[in-house]
Design a binder for this molecule. Structure first.
Ligand code: GRF
Length: 194
């Protein structure tokens, strides 16, 4: 992976909490000349997020902020977003709920990936619930973030079949594969007012 500089790309921050496979995938895309974003900052709510290794590897500035004092911590994030001139925030497996105030500040500039076919299965444990309810299909959704959980305007969705043999783990794996295709596609589709 080689870093390209000097191109006019949307300055983007990625918020993570875990493995960071979506972050890694977006990073790889961002190094392509024609992909519209460059990742300039990473926020993680925990030092345990394995995805932080990609920020370290590619020398992307990052901050671990636990959001325990939400007002103080979000204000700190807002300062960082200003400092790094961030125009788009991608939530990629980020497990904290942002306040209405924060979302308002970045209105139309925060997008999230969710492992279900929204509006179905908002929130956590989507794959387990999908299997328990014997759904024939599931998938993933990229959407704008508004003040209601997993409820903002949908940008793109991908539908896949739930197999009779699926368990939450196998389903999560197959959905994640689709997430890696969908998130970059959704980013190419959106228009951000810079
Ligand atoms: C993804 O399934 C995402 O949709 C969900 O959490 C998982 C994060 O995976 N919210 P990763 O950290 O990007 O590997």
């Amino acid at each position: 992976m080689k870093k390209l500089t000097g191109l006019k790309k949307i300055r983007t921050a990625i918020f993570i909490s875990g493995k960071g496979s979506n972050f890694e995938n977006l990073l790889k895309h961002s190094f392509k000349k024609k992909f519209p974003i460059e990742i300039v900052y990473v926020v993680s709510n925990t030092f345990k997020a394995k995805g932080l290794k990609f920020a370290r590897k590619f020398k992307i500035n990052y901050k671990i902020i636990n959001f325990k004092n939400q007002i103080r911590d979000e204000n700190l994030v807002i300062l960082k977003m200003k400092k790094y001139n961030v125009k788009l925030i991608c939530l990629a497996g980020f497990m904290k709920i942002l306040s209405k105030n924060f979302i308002k500040k970045f209105n139309g500039k925060i997008i999230n990936i969710h492992p279900s076919l929204l509006p179905k299965y908002k929130g956590l444990n989507t794959h387990k619930r999908v299997i328990e309810n014997k759904e024939k299909y599931t998938g993933c959704t990229v959407h704008f973030v508004n003040s209601k959980l997993d409820s903002g305007k949908i940008i793109l969705q991908k539908k896949i079949k739930v197999l009779k043999t699926d368990n939450p783990k196998s389903l999560a794996k197959r959905v994640l594969k689709q997430e890696h295709l969908l998130f970059p596609k959704a980013i190419k589709k959106i228009k951000i007012n810079l």
